[in-house]
Ligand binder design. Structure first.
Ligand code: FPP
Length: 250
């Protein structure tokens, strides 16, 4: 399935869900589902770029995920470190900029070291960016932003009365990122789960029953096709969006 370049959402964000169920359906331990999930991360990263997406944000580890059994958390951290080690050369060769959002300073030291290296080595690339949300939660992000904003006001760097969304949003982890245009959640669940709540205010949502380890380029293309059937109005009327010049003359 091919999509005309002008109809491709520039920023796609994905809530990767269903690794555990994928494994359970096959009588495998949950970690096998996560292992297959990492393969999907690799495939979808390049599928999105091939389709013309400019930024892909993947919800890889939420703040709430610490509540999982310690052996699963440990395995996820191990997979993350393995993934970063393995992907660095590919990112550099294929010019993928890598970055993160979330409280990464609370991740294990080994993971942090590889994150720093990967971010540093890929920071000059501009065409395509992969963002991993790690130890991320929207509520924590807002708390962190409010603290940083209050500190800036106290230091005289911001004026409280000038407070606007464009000012405040500069204190979010996503300060220099565009908002997501399309948010996809796999596995049939229909929740946002504390992911980019503010940034997705005007995003289109696609929920697919496909479990994350089975998600592929065709599923991504189908989600983009669904996105293209929507009319994004950003608070305006349908007439204004469809015929902006005419609506303006009224
Ligand atoms: C949800 O599946 C998935 C996650 C916990 C996050 C996604 C993690 C990966 C794809 C693997 C690690 C990623 C990287 C980039 C190294 P689930 O376990 O909640 O599935 P379930 O709802 O079926 O139990």
């Amino acid at each position: 399935m091919s999509v005309p370049a002008e109809n491709v959402p520039p920023h796609v964000a994905i809530i990767m869900d269903g690794n555990g169920r994928w494994a359970k359906q096959r009588g495998l331990p949950r970690i096998e589902g996560h292992r297959r999930g990492v393969e999907t991360v690799r495939n979808v990263t390049f599928a999105a770029r091939d389709l013309g997406v400019r930024m892909l944000t993947l919800y890889a580890f939420s703040i709430e995920n610490w509540k999982r059994p310690p052996e699963e958390v440990g395995a996820l951290m191990g997979l993350l470190e393995y993934y970063l080690k393995k992907e660095l050369d590919t990112f550099v060769r294929d010019r993928v900029r890598f970055r993160t959002i979330g409280r990464t300073e609370e991740l294990p030291a080994g993971v942090q070291k590889h994150l720093r290296t990967t971010i540093e080595e890929t920071k000059c690339f501009t065409d395509y960016t992969l963002v991993l949300a790690l130890n991320y939660g929207s509520r924590a992000e807002i708390v962190d932003a409010a603290r940083a904003y209050a500190a800036a006001v106290a230091a005289g760097k911001e004026k409280l009365n000038d407070g606007s969304w464009s000012t405040f949003s500069r204190y979010l982890y996503t300060a220099d990122m565009p908002d997501p245009d399309l948010v996809i959640r796999t596995s049939g669940e229909k929740r946002i789960s504390n992911f980019l709540s503010l940034q997705a205010a005007y995003a289109e949502f696609v929920f697919t029953p496909v479990l994350w380890p089975d998600f592929g380029k065709d599923d991504l293309s189908a989600a983009i096709a669904d996105y293209n059937r929507r009319e994004r109005r950003f608070g305006q009327t349908s007439e204004q969006v469809v015929a902006p010049a005419k609506a303006h003359r009224k």
